[in-house]
Design a binder for this molecule. Structure first.
Ligand code: ZN
Length: 284
Protein backbone atom coordinates (compact mmCIF):
# COMPACT_ATOMS: atom_id res chain seq x y z
CA UNK A 1 0.00 0.00 0.00
CA UNK A 2 1.37 3.38 -1.06
CA UNK A 3 0.42 6.16 1.35
CA UNK A 4 0.57 9.92 0.80
CA UNK A 5 0.55 12.29 3.80
CA UNK A 6 0.02 16.05 3.42
CA UNK A 7 0.86 17.75 6.71
CA UNK A 8 0.08 21.32 7.71
CA UNK A 9 0.93 22.98 11.03
CA UNK A 10 -2.09 24.97 12.27
CA UNK A 11 -3.97 21.79 13.17
CA UNK A 12 -1.20 20.11 15.17
CA UNK A 13 -1.98 19.60 18.88
CA UNK A 14 -0.65 22.44 21.06
CA UNK A 15 -0.19 24.86 18.12
CA UNK A 16 -2.34 27.93 18.71
CA UNK A 17 -0.90 31.09 17.17
CA UNK A 18 1.67 32.75 14.92
CA UNK A 19 4.46 32.25 17.46
CA UNK A 20 4.13 28.59 16.47
CA UNK A 21 3.38 28.87 12.76
CA UNK A 22 5.64 31.70 11.54
CA UNK A 23 9.32 31.04 11.00
CA UNK A 24 10.26 34.02 13.19
CA UNK A 25 7.85 32.96 15.95
CA UNK A 26 9.33 32.17 19.36
CA UNK A 27 7.63 28.76 19.38
CA UNK A 28 8.24 27.73 15.77
CA UNK A 29 11.04 25.25 16.51
CA UNK A 30 8.84 23.68 19.14
CA UNK A 31 5.91 23.46 16.70
CA UNK A 32 8.18 21.78 14.14
CA UNK A 33 8.92 19.02 16.66
CA UNK A 34 5.23 18.60 17.51
CA UNK A 35 4.39 18.37 13.79
CA UNK A 36 7.13 15.81 13.13
CA UNK A 37 5.98 13.79 16.16
CA UNK A 38 2.36 13.53 15.00
CA UNK A 39 3.42 12.50 11.50
CA UNK A 40 5.77 9.87 12.89
CA UNK A 41 2.95 8.35 14.94
CA UNK A 42 0.93 7.99 11.74
CA UNK A 43 3.84 6.61 9.69
CA UNK A 44 4.81 4.00 12.32
CA UNK A 45 1.27 2.69 12.57
CA UNK A 46 0.78 2.71 8.79
CA UNK A 47 3.95 0.64 8.37
CA UNK A 48 2.69 -1.84 10.99
CA UNK A 49 -0.59 -1.99 9.04
CA UNK A 50 1.15 -2.88 5.77
CA UNK A 51 2.17 0.41 4.12
CA UNK A 52 5.07 -0.24 1.76
CA UNK A 53 5.84 3.34 0.76
CA UNK A 54 5.07 6.59 2.56
CA UNK A 55 5.54 10.05 1.05
CA UNK A 56 5.20 13.08 3.34
CA UNK A 57 4.52 16.50 1.82
CA UNK A 58 5.45 19.43 4.09
CA UNK A 59 2.41 21.63 3.43
CA UNK A 60 2.86 24.60 5.76
CA UNK A 61 4.14 27.87 4.25
CA UNK A 62 6.85 28.76 6.81
CA UNK A 63 10.56 28.86 5.81
CA UNK A 64 8.98 28.08 3.06
CA UNK A 65 7.51 24.61 3.32
CA UNK A 66 10.40 23.29 5.38
CA UNK A 67 8.90 22.56 8.78
CA UNK A 68 9.30 18.80 9.21
CA UNK A 69 12.64 18.01 10.87
CA UNK A 70 14.04 15.46 8.45
CA UNK A 71 16.48 13.69 10.76
CA UNK A 72 13.67 13.13 13.26
CA UNK A 73 11.28 11.80 10.60
CA UNK A 74 10.73 8.03 10.41
CA UNK A 75 13.47 6.82 8.00
CA UNK A 76 10.97 4.77 6.00
CA UNK A 77 9.29 7.93 4.67
CA UNK A 78 10.26 10.22 1.82
CA UNK A 79 9.96 13.95 2.50
CA UNK A 80 8.85 16.55 -0.05
CA UNK A 81 9.53 20.13 1.00
CA UNK A 82 10.27 23.58 -0.41
CA UNK A 83 8.45 25.71 -2.93
CA UNK A 84 7.32 26.34 -5.66
CA UNK A 85 5.80 23.04 -6.64
CA UNK A 86 2.99 22.52 -9.14
CA UNK A 87 0.82 20.44 -6.80
CA UNK A 88 1.49 22.59 -3.74
CA UNK A 89 0.25 20.81 -0.60
CA UNK A 90 -0.16 17.60 -2.60
CA UNK A 91 3.17 17.53 -4.38
CA UNK A 92 4.32 13.94 -4.74
CA UNK A 93 0.94 12.30 -5.23
CA UNK A 94 -0.06 10.45 -8.40
CA UNK A 95 -2.44 7.66 -9.48
CA UNK A 96 -0.19 4.97 -7.97
CA UNK A 97 -1.12 5.88 -4.36
CA UNK A 98 -3.75 3.86 -2.50
CA UNK A 99 -4.73 6.36 0.18
CA UNK A 100 -3.99 9.79 1.63
CA UNK A 101 -3.94 11.35 5.11
CA UNK A 102 -4.41 15.09 5.66
CA UNK A 103 -2.74 15.89 8.99
CA UNK A 104 -2.44 19.06 11.06
CA UNK A 105 -5.25 20.59 8.98
CA UNK A 106 -7.25 23.71 9.97
CA UNK A 107 -10.71 25.04 9.16
CA UNK A 108 -11.54 27.31 6.20
CA UNK A 109 -11.51 31.12 6.26
CA UNK A 110 -14.25 32.64 8.38
CA UNK A 111 -15.00 29.59 10.54
CA UNK A 112 -16.14 30.58 14.01
CA UNK A 113 -14.10 29.25 16.96
CA UNK A 114 -11.39 27.60 14.86
CA UNK A 115 -7.61 27.87 15.17
CA UNK A 116 -6.23 30.36 12.62
CA UNK A 117 -8.89 29.50 10.01
CA UNK A 118 -7.91 30.37 6.44
CA UNK A 119 -8.24 29.11 2.90
CA UNK A 120 -4.77 28.71 1.42
CA UNK A 121 -3.63 32.31 2.01
CA UNK A 122 -5.12 34.14 4.96
CA UNK A 123 -4.31 37.62 3.65
CA UNK A 124 -5.57 36.99 0.12
CA UNK A 125 -8.57 34.61 0.02
CA UNK A 126 -11.90 35.59 1.63
CA UNK A 127 -13.82 32.63 0.19
CA UNK A 128 -13.08 29.70 -2.11
CA UNK A 129 -16.00 28.10 -3.94
CA UNK A 130 -15.66 24.96 -6.06
CA UNK A 131 -18.71 23.92 -8.13
CA UNK A 132 -20.98 25.83 -5.78
CA UNK A 133 -19.51 24.47 -2.55
CA UNK A 134 -17.51 26.71 -0.20
CA UNK A 135 -14.37 24.78 0.74
CA UNK A 136 -11.08 25.25 2.54
CA UNK A 137 -7.83 23.36 2.19
CA UNK A 138 -9.36 20.07 3.31
CA UNK A 139 -11.99 20.37 0.58
CA UNK A 140 -9.87 21.50 -2.36
CA UNK A 141 -7.16 18.95 -1.58
CA UNK A 142 -9.74 16.16 -1.24
CA UNK A 143 -11.06 17.03 -4.74
CA UNK A 144 -7.56 17.12 -6.27
CA UNK A 145 -6.73 13.75 -4.70
CA UNK A 146 -10.05 12.54 -6.13
CA UNK A 147 -8.83 13.40 -9.64
CA UNK A 148 -5.94 11.02 -9.04
CA UNK A 149 -8.31 8.36 -7.71
CA UNK A 150 -6.80 8.62 -4.22
CA UNK A 151 -9.22 8.54 -1.25
CA UNK A 152 -8.65 10.70 1.84
CA UNK A 153 -9.03 8.09 4.57
CA UNK A 154 -7.81 10.09 7.59
CA UNK A 155 -7.94 13.75 8.58
CA UNK A 156 -6.38 15.06 11.79
CA UNK A 157 -6.51 18.57 13.18
CA UNK A 158 -8.73 20.76 15.31
CA UNK A 159 -12.39 19.87 15.84
CA UNK A 160 -13.57 22.31 13.15
CA UNK A 161 -11.18 21.04 10.45
CA UNK A 162 -12.37 17.52 11.14
CA UNK A 163 -16.03 18.61 10.73
CA UNK A 164 -15.24 19.90 7.22
CA UNK A 165 -13.77 16.53 6.32
CA UNK A 166 -16.77 14.64 7.67
CA UNK A 167 -19.14 16.77 5.58
CA UNK A 168 -17.18 15.97 2.43
CA UNK A 169 -15.91 12.40 2.69
CA UNK A 170 -18.35 9.65 3.76
CA UNK A 171 -16.80 7.27 6.35
CA UNK A 172 -13.57 9.28 6.68
CA UNK A 173 -11.64 8.50 9.86
CA UNK A 174 -10.68 11.51 11.96
CA UNK A 175 -8.42 12.39 14.86
CA UNK A 176 -9.21 15.53 16.87
CA UNK A 177 -6.09 16.70 18.72
CA UNK A 178 -7.48 20.02 20.02
CA UNK A 179 -10.72 21.88 20.59
CA UNK A 180 -10.58 25.57 19.65
CA UNK A 181 -11.74 28.27 22.06
CA UNK A 182 -11.02 31.19 19.72
CA UNK A 183 -8.79 31.87 16.72
CA UNK A 184 -5.67 31.77 18.92
CA UNK A 185 -6.67 29.60 21.88
CA UNK A 186 -7.56 25.96 22.32
CA UNK A 187 -7.74 23.02 24.66
CA UNK A 188 -5.18 20.51 23.36
CA UNK A 189 -4.31 16.93 24.11
CA UNK A 190 -0.85 16.29 25.50
CA UNK A 191 1.45 15.26 22.59
CA UNK A 192 1.70 11.71 23.96
CA UNK A 193 -2.08 11.43 23.99
CA UNK A 194 -2.46 13.13 20.57
CA UNK A 195 -0.10 10.55 19.07
CA UNK A 196 -2.05 7.70 20.68
CA UNK A 197 -5.29 9.04 19.19
CA UNK A 198 -3.60 9.33 15.78
CA UNK A 199 -2.30 5.75 16.00
CA UNK A 200 -5.80 4.48 16.76
CA UNK A 201 -7.30 6.51 13.91
CA UNK A 202 -4.69 5.20 11.45
CA UNK A 203 -5.53 1.62 12.43
CA UNK A 204 -9.23 2.28 11.87
CA UNK A 205 -8.67 4.18 8.61
CA UNK A 206 -6.53 1.46 7.04
CA UNK A 207 -8.86 -1.30 8.24
CA UNK A 208 -11.88 0.31 6.55
CA UNK A 209 -9.96 1.79 3.61
CA UNK A 210 -12.08 0.02 0.99
CA UNK A 211 -15.24 1.69 2.31
CA UNK A 212 -13.84 5.18 1.68
CA UNK A 213 -14.03 6.38 -1.92
CA UNK A 214 -12.10 9.13 -3.70
CA UNK A 215 -14.16 12.32 -4.04
CA UNK A 216 -13.97 13.05 -7.76
CA UNK A 217 -15.82 15.98 -9.30
CA UNK A 218 -17.46 15.19 -12.63
CA UNK A 219 -17.18 17.43 -15.68
CA UNK A 220 -15.81 20.95 -15.79
CA UNK A 221 -14.77 22.55 -12.52
CA UNK A 222 -15.95 26.10 -11.82
CA UNK A 223 -13.97 27.95 -9.19
CA UNK A 224 -14.85 31.32 -7.69
CA UNK A 225 -12.35 33.09 -5.49
CA UNK A 226 -13.49 36.03 -3.38
CA UNK A 227 -10.37 38.04 -2.65
CA UNK A 228 -9.66 40.40 0.22
CA UNK A 229 -9.28 43.58 -1.86
CA UNK A 230 -10.28 45.03 -5.20
CA UNK A 231 -6.56 45.56 -5.94
CA UNK A 232 -6.10 41.81 -5.76
CA UNK A 233 -8.96 41.20 -8.19
CA UNK A 234 -7.49 43.85 -10.54
CA UNK A 235 -4.34 41.75 -10.96
CA UNK A 236 -5.97 38.30 -10.77
CA UNK A 237 -8.14 39.09 -13.80
CA UNK A 238 -4.98 39.60 -15.87
CA UNK A 239 -4.63 35.80 -16.04
CA UNK A 240 -6.18 34.99 -19.46
CA UNK A 241 -8.53 32.23 -18.26
CA UNK A 242 -9.73 34.22 -15.26
CA UNK A 243 -12.82 36.39 -15.43
CA UNK A 244 -13.81 39.16 -13.01
CA UNK A 245 -17.36 38.84 -11.73
CA UNK A 246 -17.56 41.62 -9.15
CA UNK A 247 -15.34 44.01 -7.19
CA UNK A 248 -13.47 41.31 -5.33
CA UNK A 249 -14.46 38.02 -6.98
CA UNK A 250 -12.90 36.18 -9.92
CA UNK A 251 -14.03 32.99 -11.63
CA UNK A 252 -12.45 30.37 -13.87
CA UNK A 253 -13.53 27.07 -15.39
CA UNK A 254 -11.15 24.12 -15.89
CA UNK A 255 -11.67 20.66 -17.42
CA UNK A 256 -10.43 18.95 -14.26
CA UNK A 257 -9.55 19.64 -10.66
CA UNK A 258 -5.79 19.36 -11.06
CA UNK A 259 -5.82 22.16 -13.66
CA UNK A 260 -8.18 24.19 -11.50
CA UNK A 261 -5.78 23.81 -8.56
CA UNK A 262 -2.93 25.17 -10.63
CA UNK A 263 -4.95 28.19 -11.76
CA UNK A 264 -6.08 28.78 -8.18
CA UNK A 265 -2.45 28.90 -7.04
CA UNK A 266 -1.67 31.38 -9.83
CA UNK A 267 -4.60 33.59 -8.72
CA UNK A 268 -3.37 33.58 -5.12
CA UNK A 269 0.23 34.21 -6.07
CA UNK A 270 -0.48 37.11 -8.42
CA UNK A 271 -3.06 38.59 -6.01
CA UNK A 272 -0.52 38.64 -3.20
CA UNK A 273 1.24 41.33 -5.27
CA UNK A 274 -1.27 43.73 -3.75
CA UNK A 275 -0.43 42.91 -0.13
CA UNK A 276 2.29 45.44 0.46
CA UNK A 277 0.23 48.30 -1.03
CA UNK A 278 -2.70 47.20 1.07
CA UNK A 279 -0.63 47.47 4.24
CA UNK A 280 0.64 50.94 3.33
CA UNK A 281 -2.71 52.46 2.38
CA UNK A 282 -5.17 50.71 4.66
CA UNK A 283 -3.45 50.91 8.01
CA UNK A 284 -5.65 52.95 10.26
ZN1 ZN B 1 -0.35 26.06 7.35
Amino acid sequence: MKLFISVDMEGIGGVINYEHTCEKGMEHEHARRLMTGEVNAAIETALEMGATEVVVSDSHYAIPNQNIIIEELNPAAYLINGTPRPLSQLQGVDESFDAAFLMGYHAREGTRYAIMPHSYHGKVVRELNVNGVVVGETGINTYVLGDYGVPVILVSGDAEAVKEAEQLVPNVETAVVKWPIGAYSAKSLHPTKAREIIREAVKMAITKKDQIKPVKLKGPVTVEVKLKSTGMADVAELIPTVERIDGVTVRFVSDNMVRAYRTFQAVVLISSEDLQKDEVFQRQ
